[in-house]
Design a protein around this ligand. Structure first.
Ligand SMILES: Cc1cc2nc3c(=O)[nH]c(=O)nc-3n(C[C@H](O)[C@H](O)[C@H](O)COP(=O)(O)OP(=O)(O)OC[C@H]3O[C@@H](n4cnc5c(N)ncnc54)[C@H](O)[C@@H]3O)c2cc1C
Length: 466
């Protein structure tokens, strides 16, 4: 029987990054993945394919504005969705191949098959009719998540679909009805909106991207409405039915008024559930929470001392970079180090255009916590860089402590915010004040100048360019 210092179950961004860090620290490491391709949800049906389609559809949309720049395109421009999906798949395959390369480079043993516990130190790997048992001094559960649905909805994977199917449609929907105005629904909605679909979003809460600062939600709604997306917030979906190629979604608003939407596709994007099916956690004595997550302590250790869990399968934001940080943290903890993650400083991003990004506390959270704060805002339209590329929508908003000026949250919407947020995270990691940021030189002309200007507005109400 082969034996390992660390066995990781699941090869998503949590699992494969953890495997690399374990190997770097000198542990004999193995990773088990049930699918033939490595990389988990993120690489295969999540972050990477969705960003590939967002990039392709963004090119198509930008082309509609070429004439404004004095570029005349003659002949009809049309979308070849099959080619677009093929390109997306090529990006996915290449990225997944990169993970296999990293496993080999770091001498990590890769097992293909379903991993399930025999007991706390033995894991059975089943691949078709073949199975073998390996010994693990330590195990890291990194089995991720799957799309969830509502109890009365049957996902048929053809017309009533999840994000997984939405990443490989063979036609542009005429009318795509999306249930759920969270990040995944909105990103995929914008892909098909750009490609010519009518897109309607039905959301239970009173706003889209409800976890983010209210100002971001308001601005994104405004911009997407301008682009043609329709929103039905504060609506509770009660029925989804399919007849042939048609799908009907029924929902009630807060007053009980019925909304009926007829579409040809319905994307159910109501969140994801932690995935532990087939893992036989009970055989190892690992406890789950009421929500089906693997229960862990601050060291990401489960109820069994040599078994850890990371990523989407445990509490916290379901984000690839959060899973990665946790994977590194467990590896270093096993090596006797004292790693730490500040969960308040895990950024959140929506890859629509304009992009939305945030880190730290929202204004709503500060109000609820009774914290006295100052706000500094700076609009994109006042930036020379934004005017040069006609990316006028958006703003940067900085929340700072009213007394100490320490930055408590940075919220932004606009071109390239997904990259700009790194400055905000760095500043907050070093516990910068708004004045600290305002006194740092920011290259001109850049979108990053909005961060400096918002910091000037927050610290002393003295932005320079408005
Ligand atoms: C459409 C979409 C877009 C997204 N976009 C982003 C984004 O832009 N940025 C971001 O940060 N996050 C994004 N996410 C979320 C991100 O994909 C997840 O947070 C991330 O993949 C979680 O990583 P993980 O390692 O915990 O699990 P996963 O990536 O889910 O990987 C778990 C792996 O474990 C395997 N597995 C499960 N059980 C077993 C078993 N018993 N034996 C062997 N293998 C098993 C699974 O097959 C899977 O490969 C997106 C998600 C979706 C669906």
């Amino acid at each position: 029987m082969s034996s390992f210092d660390v066995v990781i179950i699941g090869s998503g961004p949590g699992g494969y990054v953890s495997a690399i860090r374990c190997a770097q620290l000198g542990f004999k490491t193995a990773i088990i993945e049930k699918y033939p391709t490595l990389g988990g949800t993120c690489l295969n049906v999540g972050c990477i394919p969705s960003k590939a389609l967002l990039a392709s559809s963004h090119h198509y949309e930008e082309l509609q504005h070429f004439a404004d720049h004095g570029i005349e395109v003659s002949g009809k421009v049309k979308v070849n969705l099959t080619k677009m999906i093929e390109r997306k798949q090529a990006v996915v395959d290449q990225t997944s191949g990169g993970v296999k390369f990293l496993m080999d480079k770091n001498k990590i043993t890769v097992f293909e098959g379903v991993g399930s516990f025999e007991d706390a130190t033995h894991i059975k790997i089943t691949n078709g009719k073949k199975s073998e048992v390996i010994e693990a001094k330590n195990t890291i559960i990194a089995t991720g998540s799957k799309p969830s649905t509502l109890p009365f909805i049957t996902i048929d994977k053809e017309r009533i679909i999840t994000s997984t199917e939405a990443l490989k449609l063979s036609e542009v929907p005429k009318h795509l009805v999306i249930i759920g105005g969270g990040v995944i629904g909105i990103e995929l909605g914008q892909v098909y909106l750009r490609l010519g679909a009518q897109v309607s979003v039905v959301e239970f809460m009173d706003r889209i991207i409800p976890g983010m600062d209210g100002a971001l939600s308001k601005e994104l709604t405004k911009v997407l409405k301008k682009q043609g997306m329709k929103f039905y917030t504060s609506h509770k979906v009660k029925e989804v039915t399919r007849k042939g190629k048609n799908v009907t979604v029924k929902a009630d608003d807060a007053k009980g008024n019925e909304l009926v939407l007829e579409g040809d596709y319905c994307l159910v994007a109501v969140g994801r559930r932690p995935y532990t099916d087939g893992l036989n956690v009970e055989k190892a004595g690992v406890k789950l929470t009421e929500r089906g997550q693997v229960e862990v302590n601050n060291h990401l250790q489960t109820s069994v001392s040599n078994i850890y869990a990371i990523g989407d399968v445990v509490k916290g934001a379901m984000l690839a970079h959060k899973a990665e940080e946790e994977g590194v943290m467990v590896a270093e903890y096993l090596a006797g180090q004292k790693p730490h993650i500040d969960y308040n400083l895990i950024p959140g991003v929506v890859y629509t255009w304009p992009e939305v990004a945030a880190v730290g506390k929202t204004e709503e959270q500060l109000k609820a916590d009774g914290v006295a704060y100052k706000v500094g805002n700076f609009p994109y339209r006042a930036l020379g860089r934004a005017r040069a590329s006609s990316d006028l929508d958006g703003f940067v908003k900085i929340l700072a402590d009213a007394k100490t000026d320490e930055v408590l949250g940075i919220h932004m919407i606009g071109a390239r915010c997904a990259d700009l947020i790194a400055e905000a995270v760095t500043a907050m990691e070093f516990r910068a004040s708004a004045e600290d940021i305002s006194r740092m030189s920011h290259a001109h002309p850049t979108f990053a100048e909005a961060v400096k200007e918002a910091a000037l507005a927050a610290t002393d109400n003295r932005p320079l360019h408005i």
